[in-house]
Design a protein around this ligand. Sequence first.
Ligand code: ADP
Length: 386
Amino acid sequence: MGGNSKNSDVLNKDINDIHIPTFYKFIIDSLPVAVMTVNPELNITGFNRWAEEVTGYSAEEVIGRYCGDILHGGMCDTGCPLKTVLTRRSPVVRVETTIRNRWGETIPVRKNIAGLLDDNGKLIGGVEAFQDISELKALEREKANLISMFAHDMKSSLTIIGGYVLRLLKKMRSIDEAKQKKYLEIIKNESGKLELLIDDFLEFSRLQTGRLKLNLAATSLDKELMELLDSYQLEASESGIKLKLLNEEALPVIEADAHKLRRVFTNLLDNALKFSRKKGTITVTTEETAKEVIVKVEDEGIGIPPVELPYIFDAFHRGPGTEGKRGFGLGLAGVKTILKAHGGRVQVHSEPGKGSVFTVFLPKLGESELTSIQKRKSFEDISDAR
Ligand code: ADP
């Protein structure tokens, strides 16, 4: 590939009579955007370092060549945007099209194009800035894919519910009570799954638009965790997994949205189960510091490779080992946002092959933040439920 300074020299020399100060040459070459200039005949006059990076051609190779022969742009034959700019003299902004790199691979790009005028307003060429948007396109495809998987999962639950409701309606008299109960259990399970799915998506869209609203009240994490772990015992024991809650010291009541916090721990426990191996142990430990309550969800599962760690809280991100496992990559994105809304945070420590620990930190209740009535009511609710 051509050297940076040579490239700048060429850019400088070939835009006919225009002198570009060294400073601008330096900036154009340093920009993380591909920049190509052409003369009115659409022959390349400049090609910055990023353009070399994206296309695989060096500036020396392409200078003086017809740009269509180099980029093989998706719009070259149908409506070359550079030609349009040069004829109409108005810029073309944010067009999405494709180019081909030197190895024949098609790359989706986003382009901005403008005419180059000299001091007298004479058109002396055009400049095209383009960005490789392959990753963006892959993410869009992935999102579309996940949405169709989501629709598919919803549809299969609905089909099952519809089927059993119909059976009950048609054969109510002829089927015995035990069978009726079994059908109703199935309907209940499937509608539970549907609710979780829809919650995930609603929450995700609320999180995206910043519309997450918390219904704060005095909340006992001990009570929430005990109930939650109870509901997971059956699933865990069916997979040969031990589920332990270590909360010897009762945690103080905190001000929180109990429903949303349940979603946080549901997501963490779901993952711990999903990524555990048979016969592992999942341990939930609680502790407190002067200012925070801390809940650790620890598994002995497949672990997360260090390179994955920065991305696991991104929406739609799914790591290796998830093939064939349910999920949309939304769980941890929700966990992070819900905790942030509470003034809390989540940390992860993981070793591939050994397991993962997700640690949740939540601020303790400030004395002034709840009215005594709220507190009393919530404490009564908590002791009733115990
Ligand atoms: P999902 O579970 O639907 O894939 P999440 O947002 O909950 O999405 O998690 C994102 C990714 O983080 C998962 O796909 C997985 O690669 C990784 N991950 C999360 N929790 C664990 C865990 N306990 N053990 C191993 N990997 C995990």
